[in-house]
Ligand binder design. Structure first.
Ligand code: AHR
Length: 494
């Protein structure tokens, strides 16, 4: 009953941009402090200039293509000049958005950009439009990107960095409709034009990739207004934020969720498909040539904070449910790679749908980490369009597709097919018609668990990790496979 028809076409040129596999790190809870950064003194955690070595190693294995910073809501309160110069001279401020905690600015621009070099990833800086000034953001761009002589580039050199970092990705504010300033779409579009105009590219080849603060979920009017009012010369990306939640007024636990809560979370995650299609259709109307990209720079599951598990703001336990969200959402982005060119999972460490959790010297990889690691084969590969017929996953009288799939071919001619069965109880038989692809051998990896609510803990950090999967069978031009309940599989076809 579940069939996939691959429609490979050698003239097809849609590439799954590696930046779809991006990450997001905010000054929130224990994401930056304790997560990425432990400082250079008073710590027993092995580090390089205060950055945890274990985290760097784990993220390098994921080949993370970009990392967004410093927010989120924090970005529109952040004054970058607070975070440069000697650490002793940096002011201590209050992180008003996230718990009113003390922020000593010991992790600032140099710390972040040098860390990106360690991670071999591209930085994506989010500028302050909400409480900042045009000149302040223009100055940050000069500080970071200009090689010649200027007040800001000279200051950077004085602070020990001669060569610019040449940062391409810049967010012009964040959630301008909410924590970024409670603006209307019209007002934001007008001030966006002003900010973007003064963000010079300082002669860097390729120019800046400026991303406009985008819609919250299904606020289609927001996207429409931006597309109508901002020319493509000033805007390379339009953002979209959507979290998989049960219900914002109730939310739910991150471990002991009920069957209904599981269904609602999956339904909310699946809603991303409709969102991407509808926002893309609006963009197509104003930009038929596809000059402007859809940038989903915040996505993931958002549950209630569970007291007592692991302290920290917006900490939540990442279970097999999160692996389901990740597998399904990344398939949606892959399949819409024509318009979606970048996306950022919220957030990398200890916050929301984290890929890494830390506790003192200990670090563990979550089920979501393993999905990202299994899916990295799609980065910069050519999308293989497909048709899917799926059984439903039903709860009472509501239903969504139980199976999710995407496929790509890399430059060595290998095909990768990622399959997700979100049904918590029933295995799914899937028949994949390879179409024009001449399949000679198939093997794969699977991520699943004994129970849907299972997770990796500091006591059992390897409880959930990918295993070899040998049950896929080649039968003529088809692959026949049965995929267990709540599992993610990536097949490699040679
Ligand atoms: O990721 C947590 C928060 O969610 C971000 O700061 C904000 O942009 C969004 O509302």
């Amino acid at each position: 009953q579940n069939t996939v028809q691959l429609e490979f076409d050698s003239k097809q040129t849609i590439v799954i941009n590696k930046h779809i596999y991006g990450h997001f790190a905010e000054h929130l809870g224990r994401c930056i402090y304790e997560g990425f950064y432990v400082g250079e003194s008073n710590t027993t955690v092995p580090h390089t200039k205060g950055i945890r070595n274990d985290v760097v190693e784990a993220l390098k294995k994921l080949q993370i293509p970009n990392l967004r910073w410093p927010g989120g809501c924090f970005a529109d309160t952040y004054h970058w000049k607070d975070g440069i110069g000697s650490k002793e001279s940096r002011p201590t401020i209050v992180n008003n958005w996230w718990g009113g905690v003390t922020e000593d600015n010991s992790f600032g621009t140099h710390d972040f950009l040098d860390m990106c070099e360690l991670l071999e990833t591209e930085p994506y800086l989010a500028g302050n439009v909400g409480s900042g000034e045009v000149q302040e953001l223009a100055d940050w761009v000069q500080y970071v990107n200009f090689s010649g002589r200027g007040p800001m580039s000279d200051l950077r050199k004085l602070n020990g960095r001669q060569e610019p970092w040449s940062v391409k990705f810049w967010g012009v504010g964040n959630e301008a409709w909410g924590c970024g300033g409670n603006m209307t779409a019209d007002y934001y579009s007008d001030i966006y034009r002003k900010y973007a105009t003064f963000m010079s590219d300082w002669g860097n080849s390729g120019g800046l990739y400026r991303v406009a603060s985008g819609a919250s979920s299904d606020d289609y009017n927001w996207t429409e207004t931006l597309m109508k009012k901002i020319p493509s010369s000033l805007m390379k990306g339009v953002a979209l934020h959507h979290y998989a939640v049960i219900d914002w007024s109730k939310k739910g636990p991150s471990i002991d969720f009920t069957e209904e809560q599981y269904f609602k979370t999956m339904k909310s995650a699946w809603f991303m498909n409709e969102l991407v299609e509808k926002h893309s259709a609006i963009m197509d109307k104003y930009d038929p040539k596809g000059k402007i990209d859809l940038v989903v720079d915040e996505w993931g599951g958002w549950y209630e904070v569970e007291p007592g598990t692991n302290p920290g703001f917006l900490y939540q336990q990442n279970t097999m449910r999160d692996a389901m969200i990740a597998g399904m959402t990344l398939n949606i982005f892959n399949n819409h790679a024509r318009r979606v060119k970048m996306a950022n999972l919220a957030q990398t460490i200890n916050v929301l749908q984290a890929v890494i959790l830390t506790e003192g010297e200990k670090m563990l990889l979550t089920p979501t980490y393993h999905v990202m690691e299994m899916y990295k084969v799609h980065q910069d590969a050519t999308l293989i369009p497909l048709k899917l017929t799926s059984e439903d996953f039903t709860f009472k009288d509501e239903h969504i597709p139980a199976v999710s799939v995407s496929a790509s071919q890399n430059s060595s001619g290998q095909t990768h097919i990622s399959l997700v069965n979100i049904d918590p109880k029933v295995a799914k038989k899937i028949s994949v018609d390879m179409g024009e692809i001449n399949a000679k051998a198939v093997n794969g990896r699977i991520l699943t668990a004994k129970k849907l609510r299972d997770y990796n803990s500091f006591l059992e950090p390897q409880k959930i990790s990918p295993q070899q999967f040998t049950a896929a069978v080649l039968n003529g031009g088809k692959i026949e496979v049965e995929i267990p309940p709540f599992s993610v599989i990536v097949l490699q076809v040679n």
